[in-house]
Unconditional design. Sequence first.
Length: 541
Amino acid sequence: MRDKWTNRGAFILASIGSAVGLGNAWRFPGLCAKFGGGAFLFAYIICMVLLGIPLLMMETAIGRKAKGGAPKSMRFIHKKAEPIGWASVANAFVILTYYAVVFAWCILMCFVAYKFATTNSTSETASTLWMDSIGATFKTSFLGEGGNIKILLLICVVIAWGFIYGCIRNGAAQVSKVVKYTVFIPVIMLLILAVKGFINNPHLGEALSALFVPDWKAFGNAELWVNAMGQSFYSLSIMMAIMFAYGSYLKDDSNIAVDSIIIAFSDLAISVLAGIVLFTTMYQTGQTVGDMSASGIATAYIIYPTAIVNLTSVGALNAIFGFVFYFMLCTLAIDSAFSILEGIATSVSDKFKTPKKKTTLIIAIIAGAISIVYITGAGVGYLDIVDNWTNQYTLIIIGILETILVGWFFKPKKVLNEINKNTNKFKMPRWWFETSIKFLAPLALAFLLIWQIIVLIKNGFRYNTDYNLAAEIIAGWLVTVLVFSSGFFINLYMKKSKRGIDLSKDEDNEPTWDELDSIEQNQVVSVDQEQTAKIEQEIES
């Protein structure tokens, strides 16, 4: 029997938890700082409404109708589209291997937050605390220091994976219990930090103005819109196999249209709250947007610690503030991490008919073993390369394929009817949904992809020349090829194994959405004919 959400609130909280991650806490404020404050915020809202929300609804609705993860959902749309779903799953797996390490960094910073209170804690020592704690070389060579592993970081990675698996070991029922805490705790932490940013802040007006008042000239910057589109796609957990899985746990009477709006705007609200925290804190210590970075890692682990040690003249208070901040990041990271694992495990379990709990554990162990690469001295370099390719290329291509499949090789109206099936107060307008899925989303994603390719070509087909060419080929090009080849490898394995033949035969008998509608329609006609025949017999008798 398939897992089900215990109630509507559990699905909404789990989806918000998945959408709200570390990108909200550090990438969003950094992009606001780089692209004219309110200008980026305004552009992001436009992109979220026109692009993000329709895709969120689309994936959730298809998942509910198909009762399966991304591969099964894609196959439900078209029998030859399953590889698109597997590419989404494989890409999510790659992201999970390093996202768990980023989660471990947050745990590590909680452990070393006491150092913000030591007598030798200065802006300089604070800015290097994270780098020294993880032993990063920012190179991709495993020779010398590049092959070292800090024991404390290894412990933190084990703790991170323990929490990730523990939160979803029993499926949707377990997640329903966990999200009651993991969604609200970071909001409470952010509110505490925001209040601190308002108290005795001589630069409060400047901070809020920098965040909310638009720089009108920035709207003419194409890079602003590229980043706003990217953030709207990345932030809502779409194209990562998550929402198909979460949608598959929904009951047939769930209200996807309204719930998706709640999820999207909750995600936006927490992003804005995180922006308030970072801007007020930075300005409170005399720093400005010029000191912030669009790189979330740089902002959270290098720049922000310099603000923490200068908050007050009392070292103990600074240490407490630092602990609260990084504990907040931990609570943001865990929801996103276990939701990625859930999307992967659901898809694998659907395909191979394996017990969900066992499947989840095996995937966690394999991904955890791969995570060790990222905690070596060379790990940050490899993480940077993999993160760039999975998000800037692979994820975008998956989104293009998904929207073209649904928009041009299927009937978007059927998906829209599924979205609006149980709603009366608000219905997703057809013009909004179909315009986005057929035209706006694929064109916007294609523009994003072309932009990234142009940047790559300008850099000589290199992401960062400080990294070894071999490292870029293996962690970038090769990983991308393997992601898009995953579906074909899986289907090949299924055909060659005896057990696979049986499963493939079963799958061939599973109807697509169009075939299912035809079957249901014929059943209705058959029932009507039987009833008509009975009435005629009664009249004759």
